[in-house]
Structures are given as structure tokens and as C-alpha cells.
Design a binder for this molecule. Structure first.
Ligand code: 5BU
Length: 473
């Protein structure tokens, strides 16, 4: 194989400055290796720094699009700095240790969720260091799909990164590097054989790809949920075989209780709007709780809190409804910022949850992609409180322990007169990623709500079974 003369020059230079050494070495983890890389020394050689940066640009970065570059701490940081300056793309820095005080940010620099970031690394063995950086960046809503590296040790790192949706482009692989060195008389054939045998024998462990929530059954997701209510809801769905949430948008307590008496066995969640009920009493709450216990469903008060934390805290625990006393979970807007989540933290340590609104079903709503992504980032900071998101699209979040609650569903696609948009069960579950499906008027306003509830339950469950069977891919 013919190598670019600049790559050959660089390989020889790396050998001559002891950035790559051959012999008998023991790694940090105690494994014996015939080859050792120490690219930390390159900072002492500005010409090497320059040629590595230029080659990374020419050989690996040409076709890549990115808003930021981020080096994996620490060896790659100076290289990332040079690349940032050469490409005029801003740099991000990941802290290895999160600050114990102040902002607790793990990523330094200015960025917005939804922007792309290219990772720069010196050597990849298992890929775990790159993945740590990727995960922190992705947590902030940044999109990370590519990493450029100086050397791929060919010990499974590229594969591990690939299965975590990170493509690797390297200047050298271990094979190409030793090939260049042997051709140029720097190492012997014997060393080459030793290195090749070593590579065969010492492959890094496989790093599993994060689980795909869309294909995982609810019972598995119950195990992954960090919020107690999400855990309960997944378990209820799996045992009752229903992912139907009934939105009881009725204004009389008798009508609500009568309806739940009939359909309670078919639903996993009952969604209320307490403030539309005309004869609300504490006794109503007592009775709805009894029904919830008898039929094993949870209660979601769809209050859509949207005020400053202090006010929300009062709205949640005081007033006529005292929602915090009885609702297993509530809905809230992310608009006011994190204070709202602090206000909705479980009273007296009992299990409570919040569905954050990341999207709405109504026509012309003002939620933007940036707002949606920032909402998901905000939620990631409160894993024990967040049950999931009210949203309409499959790409809103990935965490399999969270629940996608999707309203705007009827058996036929349609609209109402006030902007509500309805999608079908097939569409919301198979294409849009819904886990729990909210149906209001589709059941409540039907001639026979019970017949209709059973029809919805069966249709929705069939779609879910089809989805987890994996036949969609
Ligand atoms: P419908 O009768 O199926 O249209 O009722 C839908 C319910 O879901 C209703 O109570 C709404 O307040 C609620 N909802 C919604 O329709 N769309 C949204 O984006 C959100 C909530 Br958030």
C-alpha cells in the first residue's frame, strides 16, 4: 500500500520522538504489550503538532460538517485547540471532574442544543474515553456523530464507537503505522509479527449500544426507569396489557366516577383536569382514588403548570385541589426554567412524577425545536422526578426509562374546531414513538364509551406489540 508522504514523515517522526515505542511494556491495567504510545510528548514538538493538525484537517475532516470541536481530555486538547483556530470553529471543553461548586457544568464554552460537535482524540483503544466525552456532550443536547483521531489501535474501539453512532476517522491504524515503520527500516519483521499477534489476542470488551426504547417491552423499561411513577406505570401497562390513558374531560364528578367504574379495567392512566369539574369535593378524590386502587390505574392531573417555582409550589400543594396530595403525576411546562421542577418535587418523600411538555398536539403552537431540546436537557437533570414527556415525535428523547405520553389521538386522522390535531393509533405508536396514548373525546363523547374504550385499548395494544416485535426495521 502506498502512503501519503506526509503521513510517512509523521510516522517516522513519532517513532523518533518516542511517541511510539516497541519492546515489552505493561499497561495501566496490567496487560503486557509490545507497543506503547505516549502522544503526550508531542506538545514538545511544534512541528509535529503542526503536521498532525494539518493532516487531520486534510485526511479526516474534509467532508465533515460541525459547529464545534471538542478534544477528549487531556492529550487531545492542544490538538483540538489548533483545529479550532485553523477551522475557525469554536471549541468546547469537557471537564473530567464536574465542579463541586458553582454551575456544575461539565461542558465549558458557548453552545446551543441541536448544534453539532466533532470529537478530537489521540489514541483509541476501546473507545470508552471518547464515549464519555460524547455522552456528556449529548446530555447537553449537542449532536455528536464523528470523531477524528490520530491512531486507531484496532482493538475494537472503532466498532464500539460505531455501534454508539460515532464514526471514526483516523490518520493511522496500528497496522498502517507498523507497515510504514517496517518499510522504512525502523522496526523488524519480528516486531511486526509480535504486534499483530498481540492485536489478535487483546481485543477490548464490547461496549453495548444504548437500548432502543422503541423496541423494548414495557416490563424491561420498568427496570430502567429512575422515577417511581414511571416504574409503576410501565409495570401496570405490562400486566394489564393496556397503554390507554383516558382523558376524563367531563365536568361532573358523578359522570367521571360512573365512567371510570365502567372503563377502569381497560386503562393504565386516568388524566384529569380538576379545574373543569363543577362539583369538585374531597370526597370525589377519595372515590377516584378507590377506583384507581381497585382497577390498578394511576392518576395524572393535566394542570400544565407554567409559573415561577414559588407560585407553582402553592398551586401544587394548596388551594381547592391540593393536587400534590392525590395525583401520582402532573404535567408542567419547561418555560419558566428549572424552578418549576424544584417546586414539584415529591411532598413528604412519596412517589410522584412530572410529565414535561416538550411538544403540543395543537395546530400553530409556538414550541420550537430548540425549546424542545432544551426541555429534554432540563429534564435530564431531575431523573428521579421526571416520568416522561408529553410529546408528538419519536426523536424527542432516547432514555428507555422515560415515557412518551401522546395526546391528539383518534381512530381516524382529523381535527377539531379549536386547533386540536388527531393522529391514528398506528401513526402515533409505530411512527411517532408514543408509549402511553391519551384519548379524550374519542371515548368520552362516544355513544358507548365502554365499547369504544375496549376498541381503543385493543387497537393500541396491537400497535405496541407490532412495534416491539421489531418487524418495523
Ligand atoms: P381529546 O378529547 O382526545 O382531544 O383530549 C385530549 C386531552 O389531552 C385534553 O385533555 C387536552 O387538554 C390534552 N392535551 C392535548 O390534547 N394536547 C396536548 O398537546 C397536550 C394535552 Br400537552
Amino acid at each position: 500500500m502506498a502512503y501519503d508522504s506526509k503521513l510517512v514523515e509523521l510516522a517516522i517522526k513519532l517513532f523518533s520522538i518516542d511517541a511510539v515505542k516497541f519492546g515489552e511494556f505493561t499497561t495501566k491495567s496490567g496487560i503486557k504489550t509490545p507497543v506503547y504510545f505516549d502522544l503526550r510528548v508531542i506538545v514538545s514538538y511544534p512541528d509535529v503538532m503542526e503536521s498532525i493538525s494539518n493532516l487531520l484537517l486534510d485526511v479526516t475532516m474534509k467532508d465533515l460538517k460541525y459547529d464545534h470541536v471538542c478534544g477528549v481530555p487531556y492529550t487531545a486538547l492542544p490538538i483540538a485547540t489548533i483545529l479550532s483556530v485553523l477551522t475557525k470553529k469554536s471549541m468546547l471543553m469537557r471537564r473530567k471532574e464536574t465542579k463541586a461548586y458553582g454551575t456544575k457544568k461539565s461542558i465549558e464554552g458557548h453552545y446551543k442544543a441541536g448544534q453539532t460537535c466533532l470529537i478530537v482524540e489521540d489514541v483509541v483503544t476501546s473507545g470508552s474515553s471518547v464515549l464519555e466525552t460524547v455522552r456528556d456532550l449529548r446530555k447537553e443536547g449537542l449532536l455528536v456523530t464523528d470523531t477524528v483521531i490520530i491512531l486507531d489501535r484496532e482493538q475494537g474501539g472503532s466498532k464500539n464507537l460505531d455501534s454508539n453512532e460515532v464514526q471514526v476517522k483516523s490518520l493511522f491504524t496500528m497496522s498502517s503505522l507498523i507497515d510504514i515503520l517496517v518499510k522504512n527500516g525502523k522496526i523488524t519483521e519480528e516486531t511486526v509479527i509480535k504486534v499483530k499477534n498481540y492485536l489478535k489476542e487483546t481485543q477490548a470488551p464490547v461496549i453495548e449500544k444504548p437500548l432502543n426504547r422503541i423496541l423494548l417491552p414495557y416490563e424491561k423499561r420498568a427496570e430502567l426507569a429512575k422515577n417511581g411513577i414511571a416504574k409503576q406505570l410501565f409495570t401496570i401497562m405490562a400486566t394489564k396489557k393496556t397503554n390507554l390513558c383516558l382523558s376524563v374531560d367531563l365536568t361532573s364528578t358523578t359522570k367521571i366516577l360512573d365512567l371510570l367504574e365502567q372503563v377502569g379495567e381497560h386503562v393504565c392512566l386516568v388524566k384529569t383536569h380538576a379545574d373543569i369539574i363543577e362539583d369538585y369535593t374531597d370526597d370525589f378524590i377519595k372515590r377516584i382514588k378507590q377506583l384507581a386502587d381497585r382497577f390498578n390505574f394511576l392518576l395524572l392531573e393535566d394542570r400544565k403548570y407554567a409559573d415561577i417555582g414559588h407560585t407553582v409550589s402553592l398551586q401544587y400543594t394548596k388551594g381547592l385541589y391540593k393536587v400534590g396530595d392525590w395525583a401520582d403525576c402532573v404535567t408542567a411546562h419547561s418555560l419558566p426554567g428549572e424552578g418549576i421542577l424544584k417546586a414539584l418535587n415529591a411532598p413528604n418523600g412519596c412517589d410522584r412524577g412530572v410529565f414535561l411538555l416538550a411538544e403540543m398536539s395543537s395546530e400553530g403552537n409556538l414550541i420550537t425545536p430548540d425549546y424542545k431540546e432544551a426541555t429534554v436537557v432540563m429534564a435530564s437533570k431531575y431523573p428521579e422526578l421526571i416520568t416522561g414527556f408529553v410529546c408528538q415525535n419519536i426523536d424527542t428523547f432516547k432514555d428507555p426509562g422515560l415515557i412518551q405520553l401522546t395526546p391528539g389521538v383518534q381512530l381516524e386522522s382529523s381535527k377539531d374546531d379549536l386547533g386540536q390535531v388527531y393522529n391514528t393509533p398506528e401513526k402515533v405508536i409505530l411512527e411517532k414513538g408514543a408509549d402511553v396514548i391519551v384519548v379524550g373525546r374519542g371515548i368520552v363523547a362516544a355513544k358507548s364509551p365502554v365499547t369504544q374504550a375496549v376498541l381503543y385499548k385493543d387497537t393500541l395494544w396491537k400497535c405496541y406489540l407490532k412495534r416491539v416485535s421489531g418487524k418495523l426495521e
